[in-house]
Design a protein around this ligand. Structure first.
Ligand code: ATP
Length: 318
């Protein structure tokens, strides 16, 4: 192995930049050359790339987003698109590819593997919904961003005796909502995995409001629309309800210390995996250990929300 490629794909996650830095610098330390492809698989198809050296990844350890940019490419899912990508990998003499992204990106990487390309994935998605790894890059930063935003909302909620419905990301998974809810002391958490009865929540809020000057209801975007929840609660409780949809702010910001450390560990492991001749797998953290998990495991499993954390958040909000 002499020359590797690297790309960031799917939804951006804070921590992708320190990951690019770690992969590049560790690869160079191991005697490899590194080529960065812009905009994920799209850049692979368009041969839009740049040679990365020690300096090109300088000053990015604390920057959110990704200097290689990200994109979604439907064309890459076709045979024609993948053949073009492989042609460009050959043209650039790439012996191994590091794909930084979520499970969709890993499916793309798996397709390349089936056609003879050595690939390794680094899990990076704020949703932290990739099976086989306790954490993915970007989750901790997103949680910290949400924590700071909700602290600000709590200040105004308390001052004005308000009920707030706050929508956080999580189209098909409540993992962000549950962790953020626990960290922020939310009173109720609505997630796609667990059905809730708004009438019961409204009854509880009426009791709950005695002695409390704020009620915070966290809604994962896949569970319900914050506006709809707010109108129902307003109707049932008879009290003013405000809505705050946090939106894309949750993706941005300087990576947290934890995400930067994980980036370094994942970057090192990804290069070691390629140098050992392995492919079709992702790096992962399980407990405190950095491991390798086959893509098959990722595709065949689903990461469930931690129901103990969900229950605990509600017990502690009493
Ligand atoms: P996130 O979960 O943060 O959005 P992701 O990696 O899952 O990240 P996707 O949009 O699902 O994001 O996938 C990124 C890209 O990976 C797609 O635009 C496409 O090019 C490629 N891809 C996704 N699914 C497949 C698939 N089944 N086969 C081949 N390529 C795929």
């Amino acid at each position: 192995m002499k020359r590797i490629g690297i790309l960031t794909s799917g939804g951006d996650a804070s921590g992708m930049n320190p990951t690019i830095r770690a992969v590049t610098r560790y690869a160079i330390y191991k005697g490899l050359e590194v080529v960065g492809f812009y905009e994920g698989f799209k850049g692979l198809i368009e041969n839009n790339c740049v040679t990365l050296n020690l300096n090109s990844v300088g000053g990015i350890v604390d920057r959110g987003g990704t200097i290689l940019y990200s994109a979604r490419s439907e064309f890459f899912k076709t045979r024609e698109g993948q053949l073009k990508a492989i042609e460009n990998l050959k043209k650039n003499c790439i012996d191994g590819l590091v794909v930084i992204g979520g499970d969709g990106s890993f499916r793309g990487a798996h397709d390349l593997h089936l056609q003879g390309v050595k690939v390794v994935g680094i899990p990076a998605t704020i949703d932290n919904d990739i099976p086989g790894t306790d954490y993915s890059i970007g989750f901790d930063t997103a949680l910290n961003v949400i924590k700071d935003l909700i602290s600000k909302i709590r200040d105004t909620a308390t001052s004005h005796d308000r009920i707030f419905v706050i929508e956080v990301m999580g189209r098909s998974s409540g993992i962000i909502a549950v962790n953020a809810g626990l960290a922020c002391g939310a009173d109720y958490i609505l997630i796609p995995e667990i059905e809730v009865d708004l009438i019961k929540i409204a009854e509880a809020i009426r009791k709950h409001r005695e002695g409390k000057r704020h009620i915070l209801i966290l809604v994962a975007e896949g569970a319900a629309k914050a506006e709809d929840v707010a109108s129902s609660i307003k109707l049932l409780v008879g009290h003013e309800v405000r809505v705050s949809v946090l939106g894309h702010i949750q993706r941005g910001g300087s990576p947290s210390a934890l995400d930067r450390i994980l980036s370094a560990q994942f970057g090192e492991k990804a290069i070691d995996v390629l140098l050992e001749g392995k492919s079709d797998c992702m790096v992962a953290i399980q407990g405190t250990e950095i491991k390798i998990v086959d893509f098959d495991y990722v595709f065949e499993n689903r990461k469930d929300v931690d129901r103990n954390l969900y229950n605990l958040a509600h017990i502690l909000s009493l």
